[in-house]
Design a protein around this ligand. Structure first.
Ligand SMILES: Cc1cc2nc3c(=O)[nH]c(=O)nc-3n(C[C@H](O)[C@H](O)[C@H](O)COP(=O)(O)OP(=O)(O)OC[C@H]3O[C@@H](n4cnc5c(N)ncnc54)[C@H](O)[C@@H]3O)c2cc1C
Length: 378
């Protein structure tokens, strides 16, 4: 997130420094890269709107990064299929045939139908869209506007190249140890300001600061942000001349029950993810990988024979209401961009835009107040 914000600020003319302890720790590098406001079935409200707006921005944001750097981001407007193992209540079957005879209400408000189309596919239609699905699949939703990006191999690399190329001072290996602030003036909250950032390489000062430290943000500011660990793995479909498949056999992301399967164009398939409340306990576990493999094979049996490429894990930045914390803080020259939980890859373009608006112009998007830091204070 820090890189997306830094780039946006830089492109609007600001001098920007990024302090980064270890870029490979970042959830941005671990994530599956789904751009899935619809498959995530977010409740109607500001978060759904924020996510849909960010999804709308993605194509042009990725194109901008690609134009700046000459690097591919792996953005793929593949759509997301949401297969189900149980016929939902709306699926009324006739006595003669077990197919859906009534189109259900999409899981979205009427006003969003155009922006967020959703189609229910019965057992045959879903297999037509994606051959090879497991025999337990009875149908599912098709979300044609949901998409994906290859964050791990491409997007993060392109973002890093873009910030370097545009002249952001990116300091890798710098650990922030504290936020130094002016003494609080009696009765004047607005008097509180950041005076410097303490790091393992000395103090650093600026006019404006942005906290975007992911799951670790709570260590630097009093915010209810905590890690929610996710384990993933990838397999490689045998693709190409003389191989089993001429191209990637998955035509789109499969977003199942407790599992998602994310194909990349070159035949790689990312499988994720667990959701574990284990603080910052590192490593892949036998139980975690077993869960992923069992669920993935049930949903898409052909992958049981594909070679495993890699296993890894990361920490989602969670908050008590699962919404991000965005915008001003109680320190007048510090903005916050954290707590993006399961949707931080999706939310990168809109976050960069809204935070840059706030930092440079004190402009508040109508959506921003819903994500204020002080909503947790009772
Ligand atoms: C398993 C998994 C799957 C996911 N799948 C998806 C998905 O499909 N789609 C989606 O949209 N989102 C997904 N996410 C969520 C997404 O990855 C996160 O919401 C997003 O990356 C958060 O971005 P961030 O910049 O806030 O945190 P991070 O990406 O974690 O970056 C934080 C950075 O801050 C640095 N840092 C922390 N503390 C300090 C310090 N004291 N000093 C200096 N640097 C510091 C860290 O080293 C790190 O590099 C997934 C996450 C996980 C873990």
């Amino acid at each position: 997130m820090a890189l997306a914000i830094a780039l946006e600020l830089r492109l609007r003319g600001a001098e920007v420094t990024v302090l980064s302890r270890n870029r490979s720790d970042a959830a941005a590098y671990a994530a599956a890269g789904m751009l899935a406001p619809q498959a995530e079935k977010l409740d109607a409200g500001p978060m759904q709107e924020l996510c849909l707006r960010s999804r709308e921005l993605y194509g042009s944001w990725a194109a901008k990064l690609e134009a700046l750097t000459g690097l591919d981001t792996g953005y793929w407007a593949s759509g997301i299929l949401n297969p189900m193992y149980e016929q939902p209540a709306f699926a009324v079957a006739t006595a003669e045939q077990a197919t859906v005879v009534r189109k259900p209400e999409p899981p979205f408000k009427k006003s969003l139908e155009e922006q967020a189309p959703a189609e229910w596919l019965g057992p045959e239609a879903i297999r037509h869209r994606q051959p090879g699905l497991g025999s337990d699949v009875v149908g599912g939703w098709w979300f044609p506007r949901d998409a994906q990006v290859d964050n791990r191999r491409q997007l993060v690399t392109a973002l890093q190249a873009a910030v370097k190329q545009t002249g952001v001072d990116w300091r890798e290996g710098v650990t922030v140890t504290g936020i130094k602030r002016e003494g609080k003036r009696e009765g004047k909250r607005e008097g509180k300001r950041v005076t410097a950032i303490a790091t393992n390489q000395g103090n650093i000062t600026a006019d404006q600061y942005v906290l975007a430290a992911g799951a670790w943000s709570g260590a630097l500011l009093d915010l209810p942000v905590f890690p929610r660990k996710g384990q993933l793995l990838s397999v490689q479909a045998p693709v190409g001349q003389g191989q089993l498949y001429a191209k990637q056999p998955l035509n789109q992301v499969l977003f199942g029950d407790r599992i998602y399967i994310v194909p990349r164009r070159d035949g790689l398939i990312v499988i994720g993810a667990t959701s574990e409340d284990v603080e910052f306990t590192p490593g892949n576990t036998p139980a975690g990988l077993k869960q992923l493999l069992t669920e993935a094979i049930r949903l898409y049996p052909p992958l049981k024979d594909f070679p495993i490429v890699e296993t890894w894990w990361g920490y989602r930045p969670g908050t008590p209401d699962e919404l991000p914390i965005l915008g001003p803080s109680e320190l007048e020259n510090l903005a916050i961009a954290t707590g993006h939980y399961r949707n931080g890859i999706l939310l990168a373009p809109i976050t960069a835009q809204l935070i840059a608006d706030w930092v440079l112009q004190r402009k508040t998007d109508p959506l921003l107040p819903a994500f204020r830091w002080d909503r947790f204070i009772v």
